[in-house]
Design a protein around this ligand. Sequence first.
Ligand code: PLP
Length: 345
Amino acid sequence: MKYIDLRSDTVTKPTPEMRKAMFEAEVGDDVYHEDPTVTALEKRTAEILGKEAAIFMPSGTMTNQVAIRCHTEPGDEVLMDVSTHIYFYEVGAPGALSGVMCRLIPGIRGIFTGRDVEVFLRAKDIYFPPTRLICVENTHNRGGGSIWPLEQIASVAAAAKRHNLIFHMDGARLWNASAETGISEADYCGYFDTVSVCYSKGLGAPIGSALAGSAEFVERARRFRKQFGGGMRQAGFIAAGALYALEYHRARLVEDHTNARLFAEGICDLPGIDLDPATVQTNIVKFRVSSGSPFELVEKLKAAGVLMSATDVDTIRAVTHLDVTREEVEHAVEIFRSTMERNGL
Ligand SMILES: *Cc1c(COP(=O)(O)O)cnc(C)c1O
């Protein structure tokens, strides 16, 4: 069966044009700094993000964790929202790889304020771990693709500056925020010391992320990338897919956002579904299922040809992307409605 796959924006496959760019990529040994396509991707990424330099890595988990490793020493504390990817979905890596503690701020859809930083910051005291770093996720995955308002980033940045804290952004879906708001990636990144971005989410490249910051920071990151096992050789083949995605797949992200709203509007009136379409800001639709199990509903939807993820005991997530058309999203709405009806939900 050909499924309409709304589980994640990571499921996209390279387009024929992207495959051609990958097939024809010039390559070399990137650990020796001799892969021209990787170098071109790093340069172009740094330029878009308004940073001095960037470094290509296999995954967003690695870019975030190398950033934490670079910025901290064991026993330091890192501030972040309670449902942030770095804490929630990176397998305990801050503790395992950097020996740091995460102090969790209860944000609203993943978003907090400079005032929260003041509250959660540790006082200088022999009993406390030193607070070293603040991490922000934009757009916020578990927040349902929520976009950080620029003023709120500015307020957290000001608190970071006041207290001499380093400021990192997990911008796996920063592209979605910029496409939606018209605020450039560089304008968002200007507030941060370092930024991680993914090419394999909405942009539709098969593999890869980058970590950007000052040239000095990126040199330090190069050491830890190698230590974490992320030094790659002829990586130009995958970098070419990312480079293609960066040029040709950023502007179209607004189509995914329109499709996400279309999906939300199509199902929000159903009894048993708790969803306000106004909360859909980008390509992620999260909704509560108030009767029955979301895990069972996801199984029934699968049998009918639509894939989604149950992310919590009461929550389902649907994500739009490059490989689902508007027609398929409309069809997914019909299948969702008939599945709910057929099961008396
Ligand atoms: C997907 C994602 C990452 C990186 O995940 P990998 O699977 O390791 O590439 C990081 N942050 C956020 C917010 C993400 O959604």
